[in-house]
Design a protein around this ligand. Sequence first.
Ligand code: FCB
Length: 444
Amino acid sequence: MFEKDFIFGAATAAYQIEGAHDSDGKTSSIWDVFSHIPGKIANGDNGDVACDHYHLYENDIALMKEIGLDSYRFSVSWPRVIPHPGHVNEKGIDFYNRLIDKLLDNGISPMLTMYHWDLPQWMYEKGGWISREICGYFEDYSELLFNKFGDRVKYWVTHNEPYCISMLGHLYGQHAPGHKNLQDAIQTAHHLLLTHGRALNIFRQTGLKSKIGITLNLGPAYPYSETETDKLAASRYDGFANRWFLEPLFKGQYPVDMLDYYESNHIDFSHIQDDDLKIINGETDFLGVNYYMDFNMRYDRDAFLQGSHVDMGRKKTAMGWEISPEGFIDIVRQIREKYTDIPVMITENGSAFKDEIKNGEIEDTERLEYLRSHLEAVVKMNEEGLNVIAYYVWSLMDNFEWAFGYDKRFGIIGVDYDSQKRIIKKSGRYYSNIIKKRSLQAIE
Ligand code: FCB
């Protein structure tokens, strides 16, 4: 049911698993700072230790091997490798060298995400994503990564989820750096897209033969009813969360309806310069898609974007996200119909549920069912010829789930944070069987 060369992987991100927050020359990121502000993270949790993957990576790679992963998606912590402007931290570089080498020794192909949210605090103090100055610094950072790891990394992701960085971090204030300002969010989105484009240019100059893309979190927006107003609410949410990123990347323009809407909300676009959109629209090898949910929208005159989400009464994960494998297929169809033919890599998909340990086992049947239904969706996508070449489950192991701290568990491997012991969950065993058989007929 899956082609031989289909890539089965699992994903993580540096701040969520590494710990070692101040070891071997690493300086703080905005997440180190934000997570220590009282009230920002559930239960007052932070990523100081997390899964201590910085020290336990060999053990973690052994588990990846046991599961049989083809590929592992991880991110580099920018302040671990560049702790001060212009200063490279060789000990930080060494860590990622050891990680990559160990992965390759075990036949696991590395996918490296360059930016998964942990901006160096020093960069934030220079204006962070709001300031255009970040472009030069991100170029230096990407050049360093290509030079140090380019001989071994097969897939590169420039940014993880520009929507979350701009909107959750700069409009809603739920993520670092905690701003609540639409102008900041719009500038952040632009500089994320622009640094992606500029990193592509540097990558092409290096002559590396590996593949580079960007990861967006996407989900289809449906009108709750066929009324014109509900259709407007859906189209606007689509414009806010999906089109705002897809159109510049694949059409070289921002969506006109959203530009008008934001302008009527007093947003200033003078940060966009000539040629920026041409750079953003550069040649990308694949599109990374993170899928968690779809959106059913009803008109709501007084709400931001004049729409609000409707609870459709479907089963939810522990995050309160309604489960919809149909939406998964729809969003990839929309990508094909409206934007691009380049290969799609599902760089994240997964679910949080409350787990219980019984007799040393974690029988996470709901996560297993979630995995099954979403992999079935991937099979359907490829039966329709939608060219999905990879699936990375979120996540390899339970970890620091941002504003929710350690409360929400997404792993196919369970982590006991007191002892740092790991247990492969039932869903992990199931995934392992699927990978070995390349089929969903696998025994649970
Ligand atoms: C995505 C993030 C990832 C993880 C999952 C649940 O938005 O990229 O780090 O938190 O959600």
